[in-house]
Design a protein around this ligand. Sequence first.
Ligand code: C2E
Ligand code: MG
Ligand code: MG
Ligand code: MG
Length: 280
Amino acid sequence: GAKSDGRNGFQFYSTDLNTASLGELLLENQLRGALDRRELLLYYQPKVSAASGRVTGAEALLRWQHPELGLLSPGRFVPAAEEAGLIVPIGEWVLRTACRQLREWLDGGLEPVCVAVNLSAQQFAHQDIVGLVQKVLEETGLPPALLELELTETMLMRDVEHTTEVLGKLRALGVRLAIDDFGTGYSSLAYLKRFDVHVLKIDRSFVNDIRSDGADGTIAAAVIALAHSLGQEVVAEGVETECQRDFLARHRCDLFQGYLFGRPMTAEDFAGQIGAVAHG
Ligand code: C2E
Ligand code: MG
Ligand code: MG
Ligand code: MG
């Protein structure tokens, strides 16, 4: 027990803590070199137009091909990367890689798609994100409207003055702006109007609520109506069933993203899907 071995009692309690933080430290240390070792990669998940059934976009999703642990999802390492400040260089790599990939696709004659990149709070708060986006667009010569930046409500609400200024500048560059996981954070409707983004992404949890009889789709339907009243497009994330798709389509959702239409996949696999009619 903790107290039975006298002065080692403290040891008892700290062991678990040390084990946990050791694992995190190890991962964090390995993550430092992951970029240089080319262990990071992007997967692409299709976004499908409700009107045409075609793939018109993709979300770039970060993966880490860890030498021992295998393919890791961002949930396993992005929080550590944010804490260590590593998300800034990693995020820059993500943006550049996604834009280069799209350039390659376009040069290869593939039908143009809009590629969305997730930004982290740190990139938005501390980095010259406007300068970076501008530089990458120049480097790759991409039409700016083919790049979409996904931001969360929490990021946007942290410093609304800063947000208004940065969003205005990004908008002026011609890129598309989306609020990710909409409905899970805290943003006031007044700011939603002021921030003036192009796209709202309904959080997966509200899509998941939609049952086969359409019950519990209230929030998803309300988000769609809200977005449209503000002149914004709506993407539903996490669409897994035909019932969910049909409900969302009835409520005039613009784009679908979810396992029903395609899981996140390699760039190569995604290229094979562009132009194809989705069968979801
Ligand atoms: P997100 O931006 O909301 O991305 C959508 C997540 O939902 C992805 O998880 C995707 O695989 C998953 N998803 C898509 N469709 C379905 C579905 O039908 N069912 C279910 N159960 N899940 C679905 P993933 O790839 O694990 O990414 C998790 C989060 O990590 C992302 O959430 C995003 O917040 C963050 N993230 C991913 N890539 C990056 C990145 O490059 N930079 C930063 N800062 N964050 C990233
Ligand atoms: Mg996202
Ligand atoms: Mg999301
Ligand atoms: Mg999400």
